[in-house]
Design a binder for this molecule. Structure first.
Ligand SMILES: [Zn+2]
Length: 331
């Protein structure tokens, strides 16, 4: 079946970023062929997509700004059916400004053409664990804005890192994070997800104990997002089917699989236990094809949504990475 939305998605492949422009026509033919094959794979997988620019299919003369609706055609063009967005630039303290038109359009187009679910990734500056009052106050404002945006957009999850305790210690940092979370007014139908971390410096969330520790300390119902690259470099082997089994059953024992709601599916440029956070193309890093295949086919993980935050290298963007995931998926 060739639906209208498929047609639109294909046309958009060329409009979604600079990476595609440099790809040779032969590789583009292969990518489009893979994209068609992948239409038959049933799983929830997508990319972290940008909302920047004016409406991608609009003819208006409006100068470039962000439009939350851009996420949908971009996701479709990459072959994704769920995924992640920032609501504003993640590197500065900036509140999202989403118009009612955008929000309604986002909800309608998502319901029409994606499986979902979306997840909003919080700003990088947020630090839930911080002992500093000013940073804590800014973090609360930023998180609240994203939680409210999620409610406005019908997005069920907001994802955040625990942050760095910067001297408060592990227990003190987790206490701080629990106090920060208690200050948030989490809307009904929105869940806060704590993302597993690479665990460099004083950052928390590398150990499964930290993830369990924050769940224990808060009355809110919070979930967990495992980032496969972070989890690997934090010291948990994910490179073989046996290792994935062992890591997931340890996660279940320490944290509880019922809390796991989303997976950031990334390969890693660094090995187990290095605490270095650098994502690699799917199958081309230390997790490798065997590890990624074991993750996306694992009985406890396969029905979860997967969002990719892979780099764009060697002309391999999200389309290539999502196609690769689907190739490794056994239906
Ligand atoms: Zn991540």
């Amino acid at each position: 079946m060739f639906r209208d939305s498929d047609n639109r998605s294909l046309r958009l492949i060329d409009q979604t970023g600079g990476s595609h422009r440099s790809i040779g026509s032969r590789q583009r033919v292969i990518e489009v062929a893979l994209w068609f094959v992948s239409l038959s794979v049933r799983m929830n997988v997508g990319a972290h997509v940008s909302i920047s620019g004016s409406r991608v299919d609009s003819d208006s003369e409006t100068p470039p700004y962000s439009d939350i609706r851009n996420a949908i055609p971009r996701q479709l063009a990459f072959g994704g059916n769920c995924g992640q967005i920032f609501t504003a630039s993640p590197r500065v303290w900036k509140q999202p400004s989403i118009t009612e038109d955008e929000a309604t359009g986002f909800r309608e187009e998502t319901a029409e053409s994606l499986e979902g679910p979306w997840v909003i990734h919080s700003a990088y500056l947020v630090n839930l664990c911080t002992p500093k009052d000013d940073l804590r106050a800014k973090s609360i404002d930023s998180m609240q804005a994203d939680l409210d945006a999620a409610a406005q957009l019908g997005v069920p999850y907001v994802n955040v890192h625990l942050g760095a305790h910067t001297g408060a210690g592990v227990e003190g940092g987790l206490d701080n994070a629990a106090e920060t979370i208690a200050e948030l007014d989490i809307p009904e139908d929105v869940m806060l997800l704590i993302e597993s971390d690479a665990g460099s410096g004083t950052k928390l969330g590398g150990e499964f104990d930290h993830l369990a520790g924050i769940i224990e300390r808060t009355d809110e119902e919070i979930g967990i997002c495992i980032d496969t690259a972070h989890t690997l470099v934090a010291g948990n082997d994910l490179t073989t089917p046996e290792a994935v089994d062992e890591t997931i059953s340890r996660f279940d024992n320490v944290v509880g699989l019922e809390h796991l709601k989303y997976i950031h599916l990334n390969d890693s440029k660094h090995d187990v236990g290095t605490h270095k956070d650098e994502h690699a193309l799917i199958g081309e890093g230390y997790i490798g094809e065997d590890g990624i295949a074991a993750i996306v086919n694992h009985p406890d993980l396969r029905d979860l949504p997967f969002a990719l935050e892979t780099p764009t290298e060697d002309g391999k963007g999200f389309s290539w990475n999502i196609a690769k995931v689907k190739e490794l998926r056994e239906n």
